[in-house]
Design a binder for this molecule. Sequence first.
Ligand code: PLP
Ligand code: GLG
Length: 829
Amino acid sequence: EFGESKSKVEKMFGLMDVFLKNDSISLQKDILDHVEFTVARSRFSFDDFEAYQALSHSVRDRLIERWHDTHQYFKKKDPKRLYFLSLEFLMGRSLSNSVINLGIRDQYADALNQLGFEFEVLAEQEGDAALGNGGLARLSACQMDSLATLDYPAWGYGLRYQYGLFRQIILDGFQLEQPDYWLNFGNPWEIERVHVSYPVKFYGTVEEEGLNGQTVKVWIPGETVEAVAYDNPIPGYGTRNAINLRLWAAKPSGQYDMESYNTGDYINAVVNRQKAETISNVLYPDDRSYQGKELRLKQQYFFVSASLQDIIRRFKDDHSNFDELPEKVALQINDTHPSLAIAEVMRVLIDEEHLDWSRAWNMTCKIFSFTTHTVQPEGLEKIPVDLLGTLLPRHLQIIYEINYNFMEQLKSVIGQDYDRLSRMSIIEEGAVKNIRVANLSIVCCHTVNGVSRVHLDLLKERVFKDFFELWPQKFHYKTNGVTQRRWVVVSNPSLSSLISRCLGTESWIHNVDLLAGLRQHASDPDLQHEWKMVRKVNKVRLAEYIQTLSGVKVSLDAMFDVQIKRIHEYKRQLLNILGIIHRYDCIKNMEKSHRRKVVPRVCIIGGKAAPGYDIAKKIIKLCHAAADIINNDADVGDLLKLVFIPDYNVSVAELVIPGSDLSQHLSTAGHEASGTGSMKFLMNGCLLLATADGAIVEIMEEVGADNMFLFGAKVDEVPALREKGASVKVPLQFARVVRMVRDGHFGFKDYFKPLCDTLEDGKDFYLLGDDFASYLEAQAAVDRAFVDPEKWTRMSILSTAGSGKFSSDRTIEEYAKHTWGIEPCKCPF
Ligand code: PLP
Ligand code: GLG
């Protein structure tokens, strides 16, 4: 089985401990060994960071051990595997999550205590791995956790950017971007595989050659870059399985390029070669639009080509017949970013494996599935034909041929309806010809998934209407979910143990439906009391964080009202800020004796704006400008505070979410495909103030509309409101707060003018004016509920109780069964 003689295998086992030991003494010894030999410090003198490094290496050993066993087992069993292709993974920190999933957190905490360290303090030393922008990228990370926990034979593939998502610095209230060189201090969670590397080719020409009496196309590339694998083990919870996230880094190709070295310009030849590394250097920080940049396209193909070479190599190790490919391989494309994989598989099957077109196409259509995260047709990715033709000439030919066949097939179904043919074509004609990447994906993939029920409706009715009418059976949805391991067990340990005590079991950690069992205790005074205590402890932690960051001291009796997510006009942070200004204005104009009745609030906003997104940056500045006035107004005191939390990322979310009372999800209905932040708040017993958009509609069905605060226009009302435009009267309060900003009440009058202009009659695309009255009413309902702690706590418990559906475990089970056709493969050791 090991391809070795029996005696050699026995000898190897004799030299190894069978498994690494997890008792306190072994762990202490292990950590100290890593201090001495990995970190190369003396075991008598090392600081917290060095202790963190040694600790992570000790955990990493345990991850590798399981990872090896899992892969050995997968190899032996040869199940159908899922390959999850995503250009973004927002993993955050690894230490706490790993030890919890491995089931050895307490043992490590104890071992560290014995050595004079505290686990939590060392965990804080870790930086975030932020190889993604926001919801889409964090979803990939949650789904990897679920795939591992549910024992699915899966691999993730992505890019190892040297610079992750930029760090947000706030200077005088303005956002500045700083590069996130996250690898500066080393990364113990990855394993460099210098020997797992593949050449990736670009540019060049396509020529025709004769082969066995037939003409075949041969791509003669102009540039070759090497892709090197970095493996990141992903441990499951309550299982020995640990799966792999393989990220590719670009390196100069090792192959000699005699020509350039013979020109005598040695230095330039080396420098040019070095440029190859820039492919995987930096993550694109804009999650709004795709501008058809060459580097971005290079990144996409680099990642796709390396991943497919790896996948096909693995398949060919054990199989000689390509007809088996669809039984052994499922390829998932996460949004359109990896869609070049379709053309690449076709190229490999036809040009390298010499399959004929129709056999290759049949196979390709059976292995690919696609999830779209987009709502607006304008948000769909396009690649300029000229750019693709230069960078990947053979792929362009293949895409043209796919499109030709598709157009012929379509004509036979719909006839000569040229408008529709041109809308559905993969090639967009016009001054600049483009590849519509989503169309390519839909034409090829056997399944197209949306990310919530509402999202699927929008896909059917608007975004992909033509395709839905042609192939209704292709379109489905899998409502997003989040992993309760990271988002409750790791980030909110006190709530986690309270839930386990109340339910009498920890099984909810991998069977989250059990949370529904909390419902029957929602009014129990003892549980309510403990629930409040837990929430208070988390609020204390958040209040300390706020004070350290901003110097603002906040009252723990106030409601912590939070909106954290990327800054986008459609997410309407501006509606929130205008609401806060309205509240401030009311307090100011109220008789002093009435102020006693105001429910004190700490309003917390956080999120990054894409570097080139001006309006979003103005929203951040407005938040700071308003905070400056409000927080320093003696009339207001503790009744209202406004805080901006800088550099929102996964670990900030882990701290903020458990300490929030209320969380806001304000997207204009029809704009948020799903939203996953809301699910994390819900699981942590935070109440939601939201529009009926994306997954919120399903959340409402689970927890009941009485247990949340809904407001605003519904998805199907939005188009009519937009039509009416300026003829709809906006409420006076709205006009008043906008005027305050416009008139310079918060300073920076000229700077805020363009922002105010977006709210003008007839220009208010995101309908802030239309929804304002309903928003204020919902806010008033929030206040009324908050002053009744029993009611609030009951709603809070019912939120957690109703959150079971929004676990990524459920999402992954649905994908596995209905899209990928994969079965669990549990490592038996
Ligand atoms: N960014 C980070 C760091 C997150 O943790 C999340 C989800 O919790 C998101 C973005 C997505 O948030 P939302 O779905 O509210 O846009
Ligand atoms: C997208 C959408 C979100 C969605 C996420 C994951 O905008 O609504 O929750 O993907 O499906 N760009 C995103 O974050």
